[in-house]
Design a protein around this ligand. Structure first.
Ligand code: Q46
Ligand code: ZN
Ligand code: ZN
Length: 325
């Protein structure tokens, strides 16, 4: 297989685009496609301030790399969950992934980032909170998702140590495989509210600022996982290969396996499934949800919550420590 642009050996063949590219032209294409997605979905403007949620994995580090290359003002946020197992050398998943983020930033003069250390700021690591609360029994992923959403929203709105204040938008490295696995699960269970809200851009709501949810974007939502991995490998981004130890047996991984089998038999399936969702939305298939949940600011942290009084995040820490703002 030869590169369409220069006839050198191709490193990747993207069957759905009928496009094979070499190690020079593939990264160029990848960066240009990201910029196209940013413009197509009006994710942010050139002078917006962007916070990138980085986990130390290939997708989020590749996203940060591409945004910096494109000249965006993109800072990183790493959340240290204190997960102390999950690597062969015994370092622990959190320490190992944090190191990748620190290395990445050290190699680039324009990469500023902050670390929110759960134990230091809230008194417990993720495994500790998960053991203590009913919601975390079995698997800590639901508690983890709740914590990450809260912290990401807080730092996007208010900034954090080492950063310059609030941000216009939060960017995450979700790729097409991630999005399609979520969609598949939501369709299987007909979670219509979730399906209606799954999009490359989630606008800020309500009323931005205090008590609001930050704007969220997914610039990689049209890339297959193998494409983000190829970009990271070709451009020598050093990322953590280990999965979080709690990801083992996750339903989303099972769905990814099933979707990959379908893709194998019929290339383009995953992309069609996701783009079909976006088209359906554009055509007005999802009318506004009849009953919109009313949100109030949490009495402790000010973030939006549907319950009166404390939000679910602040309730997690009740009794252990004063939940930080
Ligand atoms: S980090 Fe957190 Fe994931 Fe680990 S504990 Fe589960 S949700 S698997 S993206
Ligand atoms: Zn080429
Ligand atoms: Zn709260």
């Amino acid at each position: 297989m030869k590169c369409r642009k220069c006839s050198s050996p191709a490193v990747l063949n993207m069957r759905r685009h009928k496009l094979a590219l070499c190690e020079v032209h593939y990264p160029e294409w990848f960066v240009a496609q990201t910029q196209r997605a940013i413009e197509k979905y009006r994710m942010f403007r050139p002078d917006d301030r962007i916070l990138v949620a980085v986990s130390g994995g290939k997708d989020s580090l590749a996203l940060w790399d591409v945004l910096l290359q494109l000249g965006y003002r993109a800072d990183g946020l790493y959340i240290d969950l204190g997960i102390d197992q999950g690597t062969d050398d015994g370092t622990g998943y959190s320490a190992a992934s944090r190191e990748k983020v620190e290395q990445f930033a050290a190699q680039r003069s324009d990469a500023r980032f902050t670390v929110v250390d759960l134990k230091a700021e809230y008194g417990e690591t993720l495994p500790e909170v998960a053991r203590r609360v009913r919601r975390g029994r079995g698997k800590p992923c639901s508690v983890c998702g709740l914590i990450k959403r809260h912290v990401m929203n807080r730092v996007t709105r208010d900034g954090a140590r080492g950063l310059r204040g609030g941000y216009d938008v939060l960017a995450t490295g979700h790729n097409l495989d991630d999005e399609v696995a979520v969609l598949f699960g939501n369709v299987l269970h007909w979670q219509t509210g979730y399906i209606a809200r799954q999009a490359p851009v989630l606008p800020a709501s309500p009323g931005d600022g205090d008590g609001g949810l930050a704007r969220k974007v997914k610039p990689f939502c049209r890339f297959y996982e193998r494409e983000t991995a190829a970009y990271a490998l070709i451009t020598s981004i050093d990322y953590i290969y280990d999965e979080c130890p709690y990801a083992v047996g996750a339903t989303s991984l099972r769905y990814k396996g099933i979707l990959n089998q379908m893709e194998e038999q019929s290339p383009g399936t995953k992309s069609q499934f996701y783009l079909g969702l976006l088209r359906a939305r554009k055509e007005g298939f999802f009318c506004k949800q009849a009953e919109e949940v009313e949100l109030h600011p949490c009495s402790n942290c000010g973030q939006p919550t549907s319950a009166p009084g404390l939000c679910t995040f602040c309730r997690l820490w009740r009794g252990t420590t004063e939940a930080g703002g």
